[in-house]
Design a protein around this ligand. Structure first.
Ligand SMILES: [Zn+2]
Length: 215
């Protein structure tokens, strides 16, 4: 806890004064560019990953980046989605899974999760993804299968997202982008789901504009 408190003190003394204008502007309202739904895993920093500043991402952290289909489990996740999509009007939603996800490992080996009743119940929403990559009662520690499951889970949660009324309404108006990402923690790479190819492919990033006269 000491390190956290020292960090807070450093933020207030050094970081905040440098960005005072930004924080004072943000105190009046927000207009985030995307709802970013990702695992609660401590190794993911959505703002560092996307190089965004406070006010630019509306973030929903939840183990396994699981989105229950509407109207199941009405609670924090569904309320966050409704507020971000229906009230703040974010133009895009990103569901971001990640490599070495402990939760996905648990989904592959449900017997490990049995004592954790809340986690087990929550991860039932990853069950369709598991059944798509593994025979029903089989456990596995295969890393390739873990990656397939993690990808499949992102696709499943995108499907669940579409069942939420605020999302469905915006999709109907062709006014909302849905994106499935997979973040490789060790390599810093991100792949994105491309429905046309039914595959995760390296994310194309906008190329910097070449300045005239430069080679
Ligand atoms: Zn995770």
């Amino acid at each position: 806890m000491d390190r956290i408190l020292k960090g807070l003190s450093r933020f207030q003394k050094r970081v905040y004064p440098k960005h005072r204008d930004l924080f004072q502007k943000l105190a009046l309202g927000q207009r985030p560019e995307a709802l970013f739904i990702t695992c609660a895993d401590s190794r993911i920093d959505p703002c560092m990953l996307t190089q965004t500043k406070p006010g630019e991402l509306f973030i929903c952290r939840i183990i396994g980046n699981v989105v229950p289909p509407y109207p199941d489990a009405i609670g924090g996740v569904s309320a966050t989605i409704e507020y971000a999509v229906g009230v703040l009007g974010v133009p895009d939603v990103i569901v971001c899974g990640h490599t070495d996800c402990g939760v996905m490992k648990g989904v592959m080996n449900p017997e490990v999760l049995e004592p954790l009743t809340s986690v087990s119940a929550w991860l039932n929403y990853a069950r369709p993804a598991r059944d798509a990559v593994l025979p029903p009662e089989q456990s596995s520690a295969d890393l390739e299968l873990l990656l397939r499951l993690t990808e499949r889970n992102v696709i499943q949660q995108l499907e669940n997202l579409r069942t939420h009324p605020a999302v469905a309404a915006r999709l109907e108006q062709r006014d909302l982008g849905l994106h499935g990402w997979l973040y490789d923690l060790g390599e810093g790479n991100v792949t994105a789901y491309e429905p046309g190819r039914e595959a995760f492919v390296p994310l194309e990033t906008p190329q910097p504009k070449l300045r005239a006269g430069r080679r």
